[in-house]
Every structure is written in structure tokens, then in C-alpha cells.
Design a protein around this ligand. Structure first.
Ligand code: PYC
Length: 335
């Protein structure tokens, strides 16, 4: 059998044990294990249990703190700052979240800047908790310089994901989480592990030539989605979650890594907007108009962003996770 079926809580326990055995503190091991299990559960293999390999490797290379306690600062009426002190971003996010929500409710809009964090996680997990309390959410983060700007051939931008979430009451939220590169780097790495070619348009080799060889793209440059449009959005992410919040660009993150091969280091910007504060008594009628928009999309056969993720979640909750046996064994060997 080439796959192993494991229940969600066993996947969480495996991830938690691997992280604890490698020296992560209880809160970090818990937050990371929940995050990678949720990624796998939601059908997002590029941000699922496979990530444990890079998470542990980054620690072994001395490029992430296993136990730093975040510092949360009430920076301004609508701004929260969270210093992760070189740990993964998740504990800083979770500890800053209540103050972000409180400020968004009070001001109508609030921002959270996470600084000095190592980042590996899917951003949908950062906007979903905002939608669960009725807020609109946005998140973005640079990474390492892996992606060439449109018109260029040299890596400059990160994969620079953007996530957006819209609350829908008791229905699953409208959430998209997309790299501004043609694919997440993790997707290319998974193709490389499986010995599969990648689709055309994902990257170029080190001579600037288009290629479908994943290793050639990992050694060359990834491309943005939608040409100059994705390139402009990637630059926006660099600015939002780099200079605006006093943190690194993707090029600076890669320079800081200095060839070690650790995960990206820098900042993340999260915005929360409260429809009730924008709209007062009229909130319900305007949120109903959003539902009309979503029905209009579905009436044409379009899928709402996030739909596939929620279907995968339901299936994983009922049937567990199917992992390739080789990946499962690699993860077990990390304990
Ligand atoms: O897979 O795009 C990616 C990624 C970004 C940061 C770490 N991995």
C-alpha cells in the first residue's frame, strides 16, 4: 500500500510529538501542529503535514527560535504590533488576535503587524478566525526572493500570498488565499519530490528560459501569475509587509538566510474590518447584497473560493487523511 490513512487527531499528535522531540516549546508545537494538520485536512498539501520537514530543518539550521514568547504591543488606536522574536508566526498571531478584534470593533478597521517571524503557514488560517467573528479579513506576507518580476528573469519577489475573507454568518466564509506567483513554492517542491513535471508558465531556468522541470525552476526563478498584474500585487505585498511595518523584503530575507535554506523570515500584515461599524443599522441588508453576488457567481457554475477547502475538510473529518507512505515514514523518523 503506498498510502497511509490517519485520523485527524492522530495526525495532530504525530505533528505535535515531532515538534516537541525537536525542541519546540509546548505552545509553539501546539500551534504549528494544529496549523499543518488543518492545511492537510483542507486539501492544501503544499501547506500540510509535508511542511514539518522544512519546519524542523529550519530549526536544525538555527534559523528559527523554538520557544520565543511573543511580545504584543498596543501601538496606536487601530494598530497592534506583535514581535515574534524569531519564532514561527503562529503564536504571535494567536496572542495578538483578541486585541486586533477589539480594535476592529472599536475603530471599524484595525491592523496587526507581526514582526521578526519565520513564516511557512497558509494565510487562510489567519483570516478565517476573523470571519468567524463577523469581520472582513486580509493578510499578506513576503517570503524569500524566488520570483522574477514580470519582464525580468532574476528572483526578486517572494511568492507573496494574499488572503481575503468575508463573513457569511452560518455559511462557510468566502476566503481566497493565493500566492502572487503562478504557484506556491511548496507546490513546485511537491512536484519535484514526486518526479513530476510542472505546468508551463510556473517558472524559468537560470538562463531565463521557460521550463517544466521543477528543479530547474527551484534553481532559476518562479514567475508571477497574470504577468504584470501579479507582479504589481507581489510588489504591493513587499511594501505592505516589509517597509510599511519595518520588516524585511523577500530579497532581504534571502540575504539574511545566507544560503542556509531556512524558511522565510520577516513580517506579516493582517487587516480586520467590521461591517457593523461601517454600516450601523444597515449592516444586515448590505451583507444580504453580498449573498446576492455570491449566488450570481454560483448560478453561472462558478465555485466560490474556499468551497473546495470546506468539502475537503468535511471529507477528512469523516474519512481521515491519506498520506503517501514515504512522507509518513519521513515524518515519523523526525521524532
Ligand atoms: O510555498 O510559497 C511557498 C512558501 C512561502 C513561504 C514558505 N513557503
Amino acid at each position: 500500500m503506498t498510502t497511509v490513512n490517519i485520523a485527524l487527531n492522530d495526525a495532530y499528535t504525530l505533528a505535535f510529538e515531532v515538534l516537541r522531540a525537536n525542541g519546540f516549546s509546548q505552545p509553539h508545537a501546539d500551534a504549528i501542529a494544529r496549523n499543518v494538520t488543518a492545511g492537510e485536512r483542507d486539501g492544501c498539501a503544499s501547506h500540510g503535514l509535508w511542511r514539518l520537514l522544512g519546519i524542523v530543518e529550519t530549526l536544525r539550521k538555527g534559523k528559527v527560535s523554538p520557544d520565543a514568547e511573543p511580545t504584543i504591543v498596543d501601538q496606536a488606536p487601530a494598530i497592534v504590533k506583535a514581535d515574534a522574536h524569531g519564532a514561527y508566526s503562529l503564536c504571535a498571531y494567536e496572542q495578538a488576535l483578541p486585541l486586533l478584534i477589539e480594535k476592529a470593533r472599536h475603530c471599524g478597521i484595525a491592523a496587526l503587524a507581526i514582526n521578526r517571524c519565520v513564516h511557512f503557514s497558509a494565510l487562510f488560517a489567519d483570516v478565517e478566525p476573523l470571519t468567524e467573528v463577523g469581520l472582513v479579513g486580509y493578510a499578506c506576507t513576503p517570503s524569500h526572493a524566488w520570483v522574477a518580476p514580470a519582464g525580468g528573469t532574476q528572483p526578486l519577489f517572494g511568492t507573496n500570498p494574499i488572503a481575503f475573507g468575508w463573513p457569511r454568518g452560518d455559511k462557510p466564509p468566502f476566503i481566497f488565499d493565493m500566492a502572487t506567483s503562478a504557484a506556491a513554492r511548496g507546490e513546485i517542491q511537491l512536484h519535484q519530490r514526486a518526479g513530476k513535471a510542472i505546468p508551463e508558465g510556473w517558472g524559468i531556468d537560470s538562463d531565463g528560459q521557460p521550463t517544466t522541470d521543477p528543479q530547474a525552476v527551484l534553481d532559476g526563478a518562479m514567475l508571477t501569475f497574470g504577468g504584470h498584474k501579479g507582479s504589481a500585487l507581489a510588489a504591493m505585498v513587499e511594501l505592505f509587509a516589509g517597509p510599511l511595518i519595518g520588516d524585511m523584503t523577500s530579497a532581504e530575507s534571502l540575504a539574511w538566510d545566507n544560503g542556509a535554506g531556512g524558511l522565510p523570515y520577516g513580517g506579516e500584515l493582517i487587516l480586520a474590518l467590521d461591517p457593523a461599524r461601517f454600516l450601523g443599522d444597515e449592516a444586515a441588508s448590505h451583507l444580504a447584497r453580498a449573498e446576492t453576488l455570491f449566488s450570481g457567481m454560483q448560478a453561472q457554475g462558478a465555485r466560490l473560493p474556499g468551497e473546495r477547502r470546506y468539502q475537503a475538510r468535511q471529507q477528512s473529518e469523516q474519512q481521515g487523511l491519506n498520506l503517501s507512505r514515504s512522507l509518513y515514514e519521513e515524518i515519523c523518523a523526525l521524532r
